[in-house]
Design a binder for this molecule. Structure first.
Ligand SMILES: *[C@@H]1O[C@H](CO)[C@@H](O)[C@H](O)[C@H]1NC(C)=O
Ligand SMILES: *[C@@H]1O[C@H](CO)[C@@H](O)[C@H](O)[C@H]1NC(C)=O
Length: 155
């Protein structure tokens, strides 16, 4: 009895106490929010599903660091038709965001500037409009950035 109870209890405790799962959960929520906004008709990001681990290797374009935190989103040229969601701010360990060559529209959320580890930001060749939020221009972490040509187009 005791043995089988502990067989059940151990995985449960592990699950509840595992810190990766706790922030993994916030990141999963953010990714699912982003999916709804990047791909509102659900044609492109089918592999981003609510009941799986974004760092398990099944999420198209998502790569994680060795701590199991989402570090890279690489979805260039995927035909994404939607918008970039402010939920991106929850992916606090993101270092690379590659969304160039899509059909994204709307404005760049200023929440991108909350990503203090972001070094590579590629949003060029989309249908984005509005100004580049000045907070993004002030980000110290950025090394490679391609977000040109939006402000000019829309003014
Ligand atoms: C992040 O994605 C970019 C673009 O696809 C790729 O060049 C880079 O190697 C990726 N970095 C990591 C750490 O996965
Ligand atoms: C983003 O940063 C601003 C300014 O530091 C802060 O007020 C805001 O709460 C942050 N938003 C998120 C979603 O982390």
């Amino acid at each position: 009895m005791g043995f089988s109870a502990s067989l059940l209890l151990f995985p449960l405790l592990f699950f509840l106490l595992n810190p990766t799962w706790v922030h993994g959960n916030a990141e999963l929520r953010a990714l699912i929010d982003m999916k709804a906004s990047l791909d509102p008709e659900g044609h492109h990001l089918r592999s981003w599903t609510i009941n799986s681990n974004p760092c398990g290797g099944s999420f198209e374009g998502v790569a994680c660091n060795e701590k199991g935190q989402v570090a890279n989103i690489s979805l260039q040229g995927k035909g994404l038709p939607g918008k970039l969601s402010p939920a991106i701010a929850e992916l606090k360990h993101l270092t690379g965001l590659y969304l160039h060559y899509n059909s994204l529209n709307g404005e760049i959320p200023r929440e991108v500037a909350n990503l203090t580890k972001l070094s590579d930001l590629y949003l060029n060749v989309n249908h984005l409009s509005g100004e580049i939020p000045p907070e993004i221009g002030r980000m110290e972490s950025l090394q490679g950035t391609m977000i040109q040509q939006l402000a000019q187009v829309s003014h």
